[in-house]
Design a protein around this ligand. Sequence first.
Ligand SMILES: Cc1cc2nc3c(=O)[nH]c(=O)nc-3n(C[C@H](O)[C@H](O)[C@H](O)COP(=O)(O)O)c2cc1C
Length: 308
Amino acid sequence: MHPNIEVEVAGLVLRSPLMVASGVLGSSGSLIRLVSTNPYVGAVVTKTVTYRPRTGFENPTVVDLGYGLLNAMGLPNPGYSNYRVELESVRRGLEIPLIVSIGPSDENEAEEMVKELDNVSDGFEVNLSCPHVENLGIEVGADASRVRGIVKAVRGSTGKPVLVKISPNVTDFVTNARTAVEAGADAITAINTVRGMAIDVNAMRPILSNIYGGLSGKAVHPVAVRIVFELYEKIKKPVVGCGGVYDWRGAVELILAGATAVQVGSAIAHSQSGLKVFNEIGEGVRRYLSLKGFSSVKQIVGLAHLEH
Ligand SMILES: Cc1cc2nc3c(=O)[nH]c(=O)nc-3n(C[C@H](O)[C@H](O)[C@H](O)COP(=O)(O)O)c2cc1C
């Protein structure tokens, strides 16, 4: 038996449930093209693009903790208008959906960005959860009325699928996700990084130039599993799981918790095999399905819930 690993998320048909998480590859178009040739990559989410160009924070911006990465890049990106030009050529000839991640700080920015990026994307992921940039990300994502306003503006400006990426750094992430769904989100991506900090004990100072950063990788995996599990029961839209997926087991765990698709971020940077990590995860998921007697990955979504 050769189990089918195709899934559908918010109307997008993906040849594999594995997506490239936003940011880890940077904003380079050539890397997007390269990763999209991997048969186990179902979709690529771009680096988050903001209204105005951002240079990002000064180094050091990333600390490798072994069990995860702590980053405060500061959302460096060329701004949506410049990025549109690059995405136009990237999307041409791409075999898989290109999901453009946007980080608007209000509804006016959201509307303008989505209208201009609409014809270079197959869908949007609204990043309302970056934990280390002022007036963007979590500052927006923690405020229900701003979430509502921005998601409504995005919804009203495109007919394409809209994913909203939520933060683990707020107590009431379920309310946030519900607000996003009520405002028109087709799916929720969970999770972004967990706010953290590292101190250099010799220098006796914080390591990151921004002091605080976002923790990703293996360390956050159980947090992602828990949040996906809760969202699966509490919202009526698909959940895209993200956080610490390094191998097939991590991906299967998120799917059993309720994720329809799974994003891979830090593992690309961390794993010895680089982009081949997608082959290892994808082939492992297939083997698992086969051993368990399933013919399709769709059959195991949410199976860890007690009612099954
Ligand atoms: C270096 C780096 C840059 C990131 N940049 C973004 C970004 O631009 N937008 C975003 O929504 N998430 C960003 N993230 C978060 C990831 O997309 C993902 O939500 C998080 O890292 C957890 O998944 P992982 O453990 O597989 O990396 C970034 C993460 C890292 C490590």
